[in-house]
Design a protein around this ligand. Structure first.
Ligand SMILES: Nc1ncnc2c1ncn2[C@@H]1O[C@H](COP(=O)(O)OP(=O)(O)O)[C@@H](O)[C@H]1O
Ligand SMILES: [Mg+2]
Length: 272
């Protein structure tokens, strides 16, 4: 069933290849199968959107692809490397070189300035601090924040914080950028700006994967992968699902208090 929307190409090797991946979380006696034999291929320089209801396994998929966690069963290849059974130190190494992350909650360090946040992933680079600082400033200029270099996250708007996060994602010039609901905490105008930036990065040759609930955000991608219950489904199956259930999930998502975590982070940031 999950084979319907597999996008197998013969001319080029995938940069990301999930082969029958299972992820089972154990919580005490309870097991949750977040991924149930998920298979998908993503090719170099693709811009892919991943859509699916809450709890369908989108973030789990991103965490696997991003080397933040390993599958319970199945294989994951990142740029030809089998990452499915690596230990944390090897995963961290590969993650640092191959992947840039952008999150819904921005995940910036509140006590650090924009430049310092962008410099963080560069700690493994062999360059002197002044050099790293220069590169961080350049990346911030590229995302239009040349005038905000020494601002802390609490002194920046949501859209600006997400732009800092994009600059940070690019710190080690990774081939792949993963964005898990990057516009989930942004107004429409900032959302379109952020998506425009990801589109430009894609034009510059990066492979981009964006998780989103919003069709107008998914439109920026050239291909959409629909997932449901931890598997890839084809678009027809995704939309033919019980409309009542879909509605409930959407309403739940929309009624989630927006910016809650950001406010908490702000409070913490302000205390310091
Ligand atoms: N760390 C975890 N421990 C236990 N269950 C988890 C964990 N992370 C996710 N899950 C469960 O796995 C399923 C998929 O979650 P997730 O990948 O976050 O979905 P999505 O991002 O599509 O909303 C959900 O049922 C969720 O509750
Ligand atoms: Mg998620």
């Amino acid at each position: 069933m999950h084979d319907h929307s597999r996008h197998v190409r013969k001319d080029v090797d995938p940069i990301i290849d999930l082969d029958e991946v299972w992820k089972i979380y154990k919580m005490g006696d309870v097991e949750v199968a977040a991924l149930r034999g998920m298979s998908l291929e993503i090719y170099p320089r693709e811009f892919v959107a991943i859509m699916g209801p809450s709890g369908s396994g989108k973030s789990t998929t991103m965490n696997m692809v991003g080397c933040l966690d390993v599958p319970t069963k199945g294989k994951i290849y990142l740029d030809g490397i089998d990452i499915s059974s690596l230990h944390e130190s090897d995963l961290a190494q590969i993650r640092g070189r191959k992947i840039g992350f952008v999150f819904q909650q921005f995940n910036l360090m509140p006590q650090l300035t924009a430049v310092e946040n962008v410099m963080l992933p560069m700690i493994f680079q062999d360059a002197p601090t002044t050099e790293r600082e220069k590169r961080a400033a350049e990346l911030l200029k590229e995302v239009g924040l040349g005038h905000r270099l020494d601002h802390r996250p609490t002194e920046l708007s949501g859209g600006e914080q997400q732009r800092v996060a994009i600059a940070r994602a690019l710190a080690n010039n990774p081939p792949v950028v993963l964005a898990d609901e990057p516009t989930g905490n942004l107004d429409s105008k900032s959302s379109y700006e952020i998506m425009g930036m990801l589109k430009d990065l894609n034009k510059d040759g990066k492979t981009i994967i964006v998780v989103t609930h919003e069709p107008d955000i998914a439109k920026y991608a050239e291909r959409t992968i629909h997932i449901r219950d931890g598997q890839v489904v084809d678009a027809k199956e995704a939309f033919a699902a019980a409309p009542h259930k879909d509605k409930t999930e959407k309403t739940q998502h929309e009624s989630e208090p927006k910016n809650t975590k950001t406010k908490e982070q702000d409070k913490r940031g302000n205390k310091k």
